[in-house]
Write a protein that binds this ligand. Structure first.
Ligand SMILES: Nc1ncnc2c1ncn2[C@@H]1O[C@H](COP(=O)(O)OP(=O)(O)OP(=O)(O)O)[C@@H](O)[C@H]1O
Length: 291
């Protein structure tokens, strides 16, 4: 017996600077071959939350497929938070940080099997400054890079590469932070502080070696210096990161403050320059299809 009928595919046409028609055609064909109903929703970049909410209300999908980056998964998660819908992921953004943690296959037909399959995980959600964070949020140098990337007009990995040099030259890092968590206050000088739910960044870098996306906790990652050999280390699987470079504090709730405004991002989306970040594990969990 089929346990779902209506499949909604949410596609971000601009993510990662690549054409999505191959995803749409292959997946629609497979969905119809299985005798399921298929509907397509393409994001526009304007009022997508409201538009998707309306479609979810009228079509009542039982499975939602995300074709885009972390921002597209987050949009779906926010719209469906109280509903019992499994989300299937097709990594098609420029970075795909969340998908990096799920061991998804690369091939589209294998991905389709996973996305329409019966196995799923309960993914922790972090509530950061009142907004959902599924994967990673940070304040400091990486968020400054994301800010400059979005202000530039070159998408994909090349866009990040082009923006990295002016970001490093123009940013006045390191920054002074105060972190309040687990009943303690930590004062730290750092290039960036991340709040992470999982092990890997979208580049594949293992920045949070002990991170588990379904353990009901997040990690506060304090990157103390801009150290290229240490950053390269994180690309290896068996990472051993020095405490002088990265300090890790597990938490379920935290407040991070700075005396001046610093760039801040959530799941790859720049969210302004802020002085305060409040994070806590949300009561909802997302159901994400896995191999
Ligand atoms: N049709 C569109 N035109 C412009 N922006 C869009 C469109 N659809 C979605 N967006 C924007 O794309 C962002 C989400 O991108 P997503 O995370 O899916 O991919 P990505 O990995 O960030 O890809 P890229 O970095 O190439 O944009 C959101 O800011 C959203 O508003």
């Amino acid at each position: 017996m089929k346990d779902f009928n209506r499949v909604l595919m949410v596609v971000n046409p601009i993510s990662g600077g690549r054409d999505k028609s191959v995803f749409i055609e292959e997946v629609e064909e497979e969905v119809r071959r299985r005798g399921l109903d298929f509907r397509l929703f393409e994001t526009s970049g304007h009022n997508d939350k409201k538009a998707l909410k309306d479609v979810v209300k009228t079509y009542a999908p039982q499975r939602i497929l995300s074709v885009g980056g972390d921002g597209t998964i987050k949009l779906i998660a926010e719209v469906t938070q109280s509903e019992n819908i499994v989300i299937g992921i097709f990594p098609a953004g420029s970075a795909n940080g969340l998908a990096e943690n799920l061991d998804l296959p690369a091939d589209i037909s294998e991905l389709t099997k996973v996305a329409l399959g019966g196995k799923y995980t309960q993914f922790d959600v972090i509530l950061i400054n009142g907004e959902f964070c599924l994967h990673i949020s940070d304040i400091g140098l990486n968020a400054a890079l994301i800010k400059n990337y979005h202000e530039g007009n070159i998408r994909g990995k090349l866009g990040y590469l082009i923006q990295s040099i002016p970001t490093l030259i123009n940013s006045d890092f390191p920054f002074e932070f105060e972190i309040e968590t687990n009943g303690k206050i930590f004062k730290r000088t750092a290039v960036l502080i991340a709040v992470a739910n999982a092990r890997k960044y979208g580049t594949g870098a293992t920045i949070n070696p002990h991170g588990k996306y379904n353990d009901g906790k997040f990690e506060i990652l304090i990157f103390k210096e801009f150290n290229i050999p240490q950053i390269l280390q994180t690309f290896r699987e068996d990472v051993e990161i020095s405490e002088d470079f990265l300090e890790i504090i597990p938490a379920v709730e935290a407040r991070i403050t700075s005396s001046k405004n610093i760039p801040f991002q959530i799941d790859g989306e720049y969210r302004g320059d802020v002085k305060e970040v409040r994070a806590k594990i949300a009561s909802v969990k997302m159901k994400i299809a896995i191999p």
